[in-house]
Design a protein around this ligand. Sequence first.
Ligand SMILES: Cc1ncc(COP(=O)(O)O)c(C=O)c1O
Length: 371
Amino acid sequence: MNKNNIPVTRSSLPNIEEYMAEIKSIWENHWLTNMGPKHNELKDALLKYMQVDNMDLFTNGHMALELSLQALNLQGEVITTPFTFASTTHAIVRNGLEPVFCDINPNDYTIDVTQIEKLITDKTCAIMPVHVFGNICDVETIQNIANKYDLKVIYDAAHTFGETYKGVGVGNFGDVSCFSFHATKVFNTIEGGAVCFKNPQLGKILYELKNFGIHDEEEVRAVGANAKMNEFCAAMGLCNLRHIKDDIASRKVAVERYRSHLEGVNGIKLNYINPNVEYNYAYFPVVFDKKIFGASRTEVQDKLKEHSISARKYFYPLTNSFSAFNGKYDVMKTPTALHVSKNILALPLYADMTLEDVDRICEIILTCAKK
Ligand SMILES: Cc1ncc(COP(=O)(O)O)c(C=O)c1O
Protein backbone atom coordinates (compact mmCIF):
# COMPACT_ATOMS: atom_id res chain seq x y z
CA MET A 1 0.00 0.00 0.00
CA ASN A 2 1.22 3.52 -0.85
CA LYS A 3 2.28 5.11 2.42
CA ASN A 4 0.09 8.12 1.68
CA ASN A 5 -3.03 5.93 1.40
CA ILE A 6 -5.24 6.18 4.45
CA PRO A 7 -7.78 3.37 4.95
CA VAL A 8 -11.05 4.03 6.77
CA THR A 9 -10.05 1.45 9.36
CA ARG A 10 -7.10 -0.82 10.10
CA SER A 11 -7.21 -3.96 12.22
CA SER A 12 -5.25 -3.96 15.48
CA LEU A 13 -2.70 -6.78 15.57
CA PRO A 14 -0.29 -7.89 18.28
CA ASN A 15 3.29 -8.41 17.13
CA ILE A 16 3.74 -11.74 15.44
CA GLU A 17 5.99 -13.17 18.17
CA GLU A 18 3.29 -12.54 20.77
CA TYR A 19 0.69 -14.37 18.68
CA MET A 20 3.06 -17.28 17.94
CA ALA A 21 3.74 -17.70 21.66
CA GLU A 22 -0.01 -17.63 22.35
CA ILE A 23 -0.86 -20.35 19.81
CA LYS A 24 2.08 -22.63 20.68
CA SER A 25 0.03 -24.69 23.14
CA ILE A 26 -2.52 -25.42 20.40
CA TRP A 27 0.17 -27.54 18.69
CA GLU A 28 0.79 -29.33 21.95
CA ASN A 29 -2.83 -30.19 22.75
CA HIS A 30 -4.27 -30.42 19.20
CA TRP A 31 -7.44 -28.69 20.45
CA LEU A 32 -8.50 -26.39 17.61
CA THR A 33 -12.14 -25.58 18.36
CA ASN A 34 -15.21 -26.66 20.39
CA MET A 35 -14.75 -24.60 23.55
CA GLY A 36 -11.07 -25.29 24.17
CA PRO A 37 -8.71 -23.76 26.75
CA LYS A 38 -8.13 -20.50 24.78
CA HIS A 39 -11.88 -20.03 24.35
CA ASN A 40 -12.43 -20.45 28.08
CA GLU A 41 -9.47 -18.26 29.06
CA LEU A 42 -10.71 -15.46 26.80
CA LYS A 43 -14.23 -15.77 28.16
CA ASP A 44 -13.00 -15.40 31.74
CA ALA A 45 -10.82 -12.41 30.81
CA LEU A 46 -13.69 -10.70 29.00
CA LEU A 47 -16.16 -11.24 31.85
CA LYS A 48 -13.79 -9.13 33.93
CA TYR A 49 -12.99 -6.52 31.29
CA MET A 50 -16.62 -6.03 30.26
CA GLN A 51 -17.79 -5.98 33.90
CA VAL A 52 -20.59 -8.51 33.37
CA ASP A 53 -21.66 -11.65 35.24
CA ASN A 54 -22.75 -13.75 32.26
CA MET A 55 -21.44 -13.99 28.73
CA ASP A 56 -20.55 -16.48 26.03
CA LEU A 57 -18.37 -16.32 22.93
CA PHE A 58 -19.54 -16.75 19.35
CA THR A 59 -18.05 -17.06 15.91
CA ASN A 60 -19.16 -13.52 15.01
CA GLY A 61 -21.47 -10.73 16.12
CA HIS A 62 -24.16 -11.67 13.65
CA MET A 63 -24.58 -15.21 14.98
CA ALA A 64 -24.65 -13.71 18.47
CA LEU A 65 -27.69 -11.64 17.43
CA GLU A 66 -29.38 -14.39 15.47
CA LEU A 67 -29.03 -17.04 18.19
CA SER A 68 -30.04 -14.60 20.95
CA LEU A 69 -33.37 -14.02 19.23
CA GLN A 70 -33.78 -17.78 18.79
CA ALA A 71 -32.88 -18.46 22.42
CA LEU A 72 -35.56 -16.02 23.61
CA ASN A 73 -38.11 -18.01 21.59
CA LEU A 74 -39.80 -14.91 20.19
CA GLN A 75 -42.72 -14.59 17.82
CA GLY A 76 -44.25 -11.57 16.10
CA GLU A 77 -42.87 -8.05 15.73
CA VAL A 78 -39.57 -6.58 16.86
CA ILE A 79 -39.17 -2.80 17.10
CA THR A 80 -35.77 -1.76 15.78
CA THR A 81 -34.06 0.99 13.76
CA PRO A 82 -32.97 1.02 10.10
CA PHE A 83 -29.84 3.12 10.78
CA THR A 84 -27.63 0.10 11.38
CA PHE A 85 -25.58 -2.59 9.68
CA ALA A 86 -27.45 -5.25 7.65
CA SER A 87 -26.87 -7.74 10.46
CA THR A 88 -29.41 -6.26 12.92
CA THR A 89 -32.36 -6.40 10.54
CA HIS A 90 -31.26 -9.69 8.96
CA ALA A 91 -31.07 -11.38 12.37
CA ILE A 92 -34.73 -10.45 12.96
CA VAL A 93 -35.95 -11.54 9.53
CA ARG A 94 -33.92 -14.78 9.53
CA ASN A 95 -35.69 -15.73 12.78
CA GLY A 96 -39.07 -15.42 11.05
CA LEU A 97 -39.80 -12.22 12.99
CA GLU A 98 -41.14 -8.97 11.54
CA PRO A 99 -38.99 -5.83 11.93
CA VAL A 100 -40.97 -2.69 12.75
CA PHE A 101 -38.80 0.32 12.05
CA CYS A 102 -38.65 3.15 14.54
CA ASP A 103 -36.90 6.42 13.68
CA ILE A 104 -33.66 7.54 15.34
CA ASN A 105 -33.02 10.72 17.28
CA PRO A 106 -30.94 13.32 15.47
CA ASN A 107 -28.73 13.88 18.50
CA ASP A 108 -26.87 10.56 18.81
CA TYR A 109 -28.54 8.43 16.07
CA THR A 110 -29.88 5.80 18.50
CA ILE A 111 -33.56 4.79 18.67
CA ASP A 112 -35.94 7.72 19.27
CA VAL A 113 -37.52 6.55 22.54
CA THR A 114 -40.41 9.02 22.17
CA GLN A 115 -41.61 7.05 19.15
CA ILE A 116 -41.42 3.47 20.43
CA GLU A 117 -44.77 3.23 22.22
CA LYS A 118 -46.88 4.20 19.22
CA LEU A 119 -45.34 1.28 17.27
CA ILE A 120 -46.30 -1.32 19.88
CA THR A 121 -49.11 -3.68 18.84
CA ASP A 122 -50.45 -6.91 20.32
CA LYS A 123 -47.87 -8.71 18.14
CA THR A 124 -44.84 -6.86 19.53
CA CYS A 125 -42.51 -9.20 21.41
CA ALA A 126 -39.24 -7.27 21.70
CA ILE A 127 -37.24 -4.10 21.15
CA MET A 128 -33.87 -4.40 19.41
CA PRO A 129 -32.07 -1.05 19.64
CA VAL A 130 -28.52 -0.37 18.41
CA HIS A 131 -25.79 1.47 20.36
CA VAL A 132 -24.69 3.28 17.18
CA PHE A 133 -21.01 4.38 16.90
CA GLY A 134 -20.52 3.71 20.61
CA ASN A 135 -23.42 6.02 21.54
CA ILE A 136 -25.38 4.22 24.23
CA CYS A 137 -29.18 4.21 23.81
CA ASP A 138 -31.50 5.71 26.43
CA VAL A 139 -31.38 2.41 28.34
CA GLU A 140 -33.56 3.60 31.25
CA THR A 141 -36.51 4.71 29.10
CA ILE A 142 -36.25 1.60 26.92
CA GLN A 143 -36.34 -0.66 30.00
CA ASN A 144 -39.36 1.23 31.40
CA ILE A 145 -41.25 0.72 28.14
CA ALA A 146 -40.23 -2.96 28.02
CA ASN A 147 -41.44 -3.48 31.60
CA LYS A 148 -44.74 -1.70 30.93
CA TYR A 149 -45.55 -3.87 27.87
CA ASP A 150 -43.71 -7.06 28.93
CA LEU A 151 -41.23 -6.96 26.03
CA LYS A 152 -37.72 -8.40 25.74
CA VAL A 153 -34.82 -6.04 25.02
CA ILE A 154 -31.95 -7.24 22.83
CA TYR A 155 -29.22 -4.66 22.31
CA ASP A 156 -27.05 -4.67 19.23
CA ALA A 157 -23.93 -3.59 21.10
CA ALA A 158 -21.52 -4.39 18.23
CA HIS A 159 -19.97 -0.90 18.48
CA THR A 160 -19.65 -0.62 22.26
CA PHE A 161 -17.00 -3.09 23.37
CA GLY A 162 -15.73 -2.21 26.83
CA GLU A 163 -17.89 0.89 27.29
CA THR A 164 -19.63 1.82 30.52
CA TYR A 165 -22.75 3.90 31.19
CA LYS A 166 -22.87 5.60 34.60
CA GLY A 167 -20.01 3.28 35.56
CA VAL A 168 -21.90 0.09 34.61
CA GLY A 169 -20.61 -2.22 31.85
CA VAL A 170 -22.83 -1.71 28.78
CA GLY A 171 -23.48 -5.48 28.52
CA ASN A 172 -25.60 -5.32 31.68
CA PHE A 173 -28.53 -3.55 29.99
CA GLY A 174 -31.54 -5.31 28.50
CA ASP A 175 -32.12 -9.06 28.53
CA VAL A 176 -29.26 -9.56 26.12
CA SER A 177 -26.45 -7.46 24.57
CA CYS A 178 -24.57 -8.69 21.50
CA PHE A 179 -21.01 -7.60 20.66
CA SER A 180 -18.90 -7.95 17.52
CA PHE A 181 -15.20 -8.76 17.61
CA HIS A 182 -14.83 -8.43 13.84
CA ALA A 183 -11.42 -7.48 12.41
CA THR A 184 -12.58 -3.87 11.97
CA LYS A 185 -13.81 -3.41 15.53
CA VAL A 186 -12.03 -1.75 18.47
CA PHE A 187 -11.32 -5.22 19.89
CA ASN A 188 -10.97 -8.07 17.41
CA THR A 189 -10.66 -11.84 17.47
CA ILE A 190 -10.30 -11.81 13.64
CA GLU A 191 -13.98 -12.80 13.45
CA GLY A 192 -15.87 -13.15 16.69
CA GLY A 193 -18.64 -12.02 18.93
CA ALA A 194 -20.16 -12.32 22.37
CA VAL A 195 -23.53 -12.31 24.08
CA CYS A 196 -23.97 -10.87 27.57
CA PHE A 197 -27.19 -12.00 29.24
CA LYS A 198 -29.12 -11.47 32.48
CA ASN A 199 -30.62 -14.92 32.94
CA PRO A 200 -28.10 -17.78 33.38
CA GLN A 201 -30.77 -20.21 32.09
CA LEU A 202 -30.69 -18.35 28.78
CA GLY A 203 -26.91 -18.89 28.74
CA LYS A 204 -27.43 -22.66 28.79
CA ILE A 205 -29.77 -22.43 25.78
CA LEU A 206 -27.32 -20.16 23.92
CA TYR A 207 -24.45 -22.56 24.63
CA GLU A 208 -26.38 -25.40 23.04
CA LEU A 209 -27.60 -23.29 20.12
CA LYS A 210 -24.05 -22.33 19.13
CA ASN A 211 -23.23 -26.06 18.96
CA PHE A 212 -26.07 -27.35 16.74
CA GLY A 213 -28.52 -27.56 19.65
CA ILE A 214 -26.61 -30.54 21.06
CA HIS A 215 -27.54 -31.11 24.70
CA ASP A 216 -25.46 -34.22 25.32
CA GLU A 217 -24.15 -37.24 23.43
CA GLU A 218 -27.62 -38.62 22.94
CA GLU A 219 -29.92 -35.62 22.80
CA VAL A 220 -30.25 -32.69 20.39
CA ARG A 221 -32.81 -30.33 21.87
CA ALA A 222 -32.97 -27.48 19.36
CA VAL A 223 -32.29 -26.67 15.72
CA GLY A 224 -29.09 -24.81 16.46
CA ALA A 225 -26.25 -23.55 14.30
CA ASN A 226 -22.48 -23.78 14.35
CA ALA A 227 -21.32 -20.54 15.98
CA LYS A 228 -18.40 -21.60 18.18
CA MET A 229 -15.32 -19.42 18.46
CA ASN A 230 -12.22 -21.41 17.48
CA GLU A 231 -8.93 -21.48 19.40
CA PHE A 232 -6.94 -19.33 16.93
CA CYS A 233 -9.52 -16.55 17.13
CA ALA A 234 -9.61 -16.79 20.92
CA ALA A 235 -5.78 -16.61 20.97
CA MET A 236 -5.91 -13.42 18.89
CA GLY A 237 -8.41 -12.05 21.40
CA LEU A 238 -6.11 -12.87 24.33
CA CYS A 239 -3.26 -10.98 22.64
CA ASN A 240 -5.37 -7.99 21.58
CA LEU A 241 -6.92 -7.72 25.04
CA ARG A 242 -3.44 -7.10 26.51
CA HIS A 243 -3.19 -3.95 24.36
CA ILE A 244 -6.78 -2.75 24.40
CA LYS A 245 -6.27 0.05 26.91
CA ASP A 246 -3.40 1.50 24.86
CA ASP A 247 -5.39 1.11 21.64
CA ILE A 248 -8.38 2.98 23.06
CA ALA A 249 -6.10 5.69 24.47
CA SER A 250 -4.50 6.17 21.02
CA ARG A 251 -7.93 6.33 19.37
CA LYS A 252 -8.95 8.97 21.90
CA VAL A 253 -5.94 11.13 21.01
CA ALA A 254 -6.85 10.89 17.30
CA VAL A 255 -10.50 11.76 18.03
CA GLU A 256 -9.45 14.79 20.08
CA ARG A 257 -7.22 15.93 17.21
CA TYR A 258 -10.13 15.60 14.75
CA ARG A 259 -12.30 17.61 17.13
CA SER A 260 -9.67 20.32 17.51
CA HIS A 261 -9.90 20.93 13.73
CA LEU A 262 -13.59 20.35 13.05
CA GLU A 263 -15.48 21.40 16.20
CA GLY A 264 -17.50 24.56 15.62
CA VAL A 265 -17.12 24.54 11.82
CA ASN A 266 -20.43 25.74 10.30
CA GLY A 267 -22.38 22.95 8.61
CA ILE A 268 -20.55 20.10 10.35
CA LYS A 269 -22.09 18.02 13.15
CA LEU A 270 -19.72 15.89 15.20
CA ASN A 271 -20.69 12.92 17.36
CA TYR A 272 -22.58 13.86 20.54
CA ILE A 273 -20.62 13.32 23.76
CA ASN A 274 -22.59 11.92 26.70
CA PRO A 275 -20.81 12.67 30.00
CA ASN A 276 -22.20 9.41 31.48
CA VAL A 277 -20.42 7.25 28.90
CA GLU A 278 -16.86 5.94 29.02
CA TYR A 279 -16.24 5.71 25.26
CA ASN A 280 -14.16 3.28 23.21
CA TYR A 281 -13.64 5.78 20.35
CA ALA A 282 -14.70 3.26 17.73
CA TYR A 283 -15.77 5.69 14.98
CA PHE A 284 -15.55 9.32 13.95
CA PRO A 285 -18.80 10.09 12.10
CA VAL A 286 -19.46 13.57 10.68
CA VAL A 287 -22.78 14.84 9.31
CA PHE A 288 -22.45 17.51 6.61
CA ASP A 289 -25.07 20.14 5.83
CA LYS A 290 -24.22 21.10 2.26
CA LYS A 291 -26.15 24.40 2.34
CA ILE A 292 -24.13 25.67 5.28
CA PHE A 293 -20.82 23.84 4.89
CA GLY A 294 -20.59 24.24 1.11
CA ALA A 295 -20.07 20.59 0.16
CA SER A 296 -22.08 17.38 0.53
CA ARG A 297 -20.69 14.29 2.24
CA THR A 298 -20.30 12.64 -1.16
CA GLU A 299 -18.30 15.62 -2.46
CA VAL A 300 -16.12 15.45 0.66
CA GLN A 301 -15.72 11.68 0.21
CA ASP A 302 -14.71 12.19 -3.46
CA LYS A 303 -12.21 14.91 -2.53
CA LEU A 304 -10.63 12.62 0.07
CA LYS A 305 -10.53 9.80 -2.50
CA GLU A 306 -8.50 12.05 -4.84
CA HIS A 307 -5.89 12.05 -2.06
CA SER A 308 -6.10 8.22 -1.59
CA ILE A 309 -8.04 8.61 1.66
CA SER A 310 -11.01 6.30 2.27
CA ALA A 311 -14.03 7.55 4.19
CA ARG A 312 -17.21 5.49 4.42
CA LYS A 313 -20.91 6.31 4.01
CA TYR A 314 -21.86 4.55 7.22
CA PHE A 315 -24.66 3.58 7.73
CA TYR A 316 -25.92 3.89 4.19
CA PRO A 317 -28.25 2.78 2.73
CA LEU A 318 -30.84 2.30 5.49
CA THR A 319 -31.71 -1.36 6.06
CA ASN A 320 -35.42 -0.67 5.39
CA SER A 321 -34.46 0.35 1.82
CA PHE A 322 -32.50 -2.83 0.94
CA SER A 323 -33.55 -4.33 -2.39
CA ALA A 324 -33.63 -7.67 -0.52
CA PHE A 325 -36.95 -6.52 0.96
CA ASN A 326 -38.53 -5.63 -2.42
CA GLY A 327 -39.94 -2.28 -1.29
CA LYS A 328 -41.78 -3.84 1.68
CA TYR A 329 -40.84 -1.01 4.07
CA ASP A 330 -41.43 2.73 3.70
CA VAL A 331 -38.24 4.73 4.34
CA MET A 332 -40.34 7.92 4.63
CA LYS A 333 -41.58 6.57 7.98
CA THR A 334 -38.05 7.03 9.37
CA PRO A 335 -37.20 10.55 8.05
CA THR A 336 -34.45 11.35 10.53
CA ALA A 337 -32.65 8.09 9.79
CA LEU A 338 -33.02 8.82 6.07
CA HIS A 339 -31.59 12.32 6.46
CA VAL A 340 -28.63 11.20 8.58
CA SER A 341 -27.80 8.26 6.30
CA LYS A 342 -27.68 10.61 3.29
CA ASN A 343 -25.38 13.13 4.94
CA ILE A 344 -23.04 11.13 7.17
CA LEU A 345 -19.44 10.14 6.53
CA ALA A 346 -17.27 8.03 8.85
CA LEU A 347 -13.72 9.38 8.72
CA PRO A 348 -10.65 7.13 9.04
CA LEU A 349 -9.92 6.01 12.59
CA TYR A 350 -7.74 3.22 13.98
CA ALA A 351 -5.40 2.70 16.89
CA ASP A 352 -2.11 3.37 15.09
CA MET A 353 -3.33 6.35 13.08
CA THR A 354 -0.84 9.20 13.05
CA LEU A 355 -1.85 12.71 14.05
CA GLU A 356 -0.23 13.98 10.84
CA ASP A 357 -2.78 11.91 8.91
CA VAL A 358 -5.63 13.37 10.98
CA ASP A 359 -4.28 16.87 10.24
CA ARG A 360 -4.04 16.11 6.51
CA ILE A 361 -7.62 14.73 6.37
CA CYS A 362 -9.02 17.77 8.16
CA GLU A 363 -7.08 20.17 5.96
CA ILE A 364 -8.60 18.56 2.85
CA ILE A 365 -12.11 18.59 4.36
CA LEU A 366 -11.81 22.25 5.28
CA THR A 367 -10.79 23.16 1.71
CA CYS A 368 -14.30 21.93 0.72
CA ALA A 369 -15.97 24.49 3.02
CA LYS A 370 -17.67 27.67 1.82
CA LYS A 371 -15.17 30.47 1.73
C1 LIG B 1 -24.13 -2.59 14.26
C2 LIG B 1 -23.59 -3.94 13.88
N1 LIG B 1 -24.31 -5.03 14.18
C3 LIG B 1 -23.86 -6.26 13.90
C4 LIG B 1 -22.65 -6.46 13.28
C5 LIG B 1 -22.25 -7.86 12.92
O1 LIG B 1 -21.05 -8.25 13.52
P1 LIG B 1 -20.11 -9.32 12.79
O2 LIG B 1 -19.47 -8.66 11.60
O3 LIG B 1 -19.10 -9.66 13.86
O4 LIG B 1 -20.93 -10.49 12.41
C6 LIG B 1 -21.85 -5.34 12.98
C7 LIG B 1 -20.50 -5.43 12.37
O5 LIG B 1 -20.06 -6.02 11.54
C8 LIG B 1 -22.34 -4.05 13.27
O6 LIG B 1 -21.63 -2.96 12.96
